[in-house]
Unconditional design. Sequence first.
Length: 631
Amino acid sequence: MVSTVGAGRRLARIAQEPDPMSTTQQAVRRFPSPFEVPAPAGAEDWASMYPPYLLFSEENREREENTFWFLDSLHRPEVEYPFDTIVHEAWTIAANAFARRVFLLPASDGFMARILNGRLYQSVILVDDPEEIARRGPIFAPRASFYFENWPDLFARWKAKMEACIRDLQRLEVPELPDLVPESEVREAGGVTAGYDLLKAYDRAIENLFLAYQYHFEMHLCGYGAYLNLFQFCQTAFPGIAQQTIANMVAGSEIMMFRPGDELKALARRAMELGIADRLRANRPPETIVEGLREDPAGRAWVEALEAAMDPWFHFSNGTGLYHHERSWIDDLSRPWASLLAELDRLERGEDVRRPREEILRRREQLVAEYRELLPVASDREAFDQNVAMARMVAAYVEDHNFYIENWHHTIFWNKMREFGQRLAAGGILEDPEDLFYLNRWDVGQALYDLTLGWSHGGPTRAAHWKARVARHKRMLAAIQEWVPEPALGPIPENINEPFTVMLWGITPERIEQWLAAAGSDAGELRGVAGAPGTVEGPARVILSVDQLAEVREGEILVCPVTAPTWGVVFSKIKAAVVDTGGIMSHAAIVCREYGLPAVVGTVRGTRVVRNGDWLRVDGNAGVVTVRPGG
């Protein structure tokens, strides 16, 4: 077991360092005030779609106007559908409670979230009083140390809790409302009606989502804290060391997010072994092909392998998993099928479809050995060894929780909500089950009550009200889609060194300067975060959504706003990635390091500057992309 004694104390000491992102050190320059940004034409009443606690308000104007906010395009790259805000409602309350009420982070109370014109903005809540930071340190240290010292056992328990949470949601029944309760139910004397059960089921589904996010953040802060320990130790011990170099010291972990892609590779190999590869290429829907394969032994053997892989590995979102419309593999087999056929093609050409894990592991050990030799003091070498071991220990959780929650859990959650939408549509409250997502979660609860009340007495409902509300929200969302959001709001801090903001979102003083200069900057060069090492050249392929992934060709350079775990199947095709959002620990940076591909993330405007066919030179060591327009 990794020795982690004192890990919490070291993290507490790091967290007590003065943070220059203090509200007392703000610069004069600023981005627009959130109260001065006009609503898009046609969406003047956009705020009525969302709960009041997610909005900037006059009662809190003094604080909110003097706070630095950044656009969270990493987690929310698109406009917020009213219902989909439930996800960040759940994660915000969980993250802040664990930061402030459970672990009591010395220098941070978490973050605030606000919606402006349908887009999500975040602000870190920093603690800058030295006395308060000193008071918190001794409280935080033993709590964090408990998790570090017992990580393997606690992670195993975490998985069991999450799987139970997921299975509870999976078993949840969304009852229909019968015209007349069968007499058999009367004789059972259960004492409750289907209307009660429907309302109860909705409450249970919402509670389940909030429970999933409580679990999400139980270990999350400590997981990133272990990375923070390593990063800040290295930056102190080895002045000038690149963040990318530190990240490479923990690369190569076996993580669940690669498992769906690995399952496709295994299915491709199995199809070749059984001699049915060409049958998978039939010009028919995947579901039809699968049914046809059941008719003979070889086909049935392959279908059994497919079905074994589907639960849970096809509960894999085609996007971030944080939006209802990002359907998963299990909802639409055409998405993984295209990748499956690509894997077949590569196998038949004799290409190695595996990640270069052995080379990554060799490189990380070499890096650690080289830097360890630079430490002349034995105690420093011991601390370095512990920090590396601890960061490697938590690496699986830091990525695996994405599969459990954003993919497996959310696939089931969004589909459960569709069942509630079906009940509302069947009762005439909504025109279409998908209309549910144009209402926020409180609206949906009221609409279900309206449905149940009308069912109970057979009288009228407010169906016209709900349909009009949905139609109005659809019009406003369409208008909001055309708005180009500000990258940030409020006063510009003199410095930004809040570690999580830097590592995850890639927001640094340099990044802020890029935002300010973006309008008049040179289109021939993009600068961002050096996400993964290496330098390559090749043609650009600009992908704005998962629907375009099939357009990516072998040897191209992916240019996109953000990547999601399900995009992993593309990383075996491309030469490099250029991403608008993210920092050194963002998904794109991590995956590119695992595949041995250069990456520049946090370019802000890559998808606006680069066109398909442009020739790019991606320097993942320096974080620079050179753009030469295509012919």
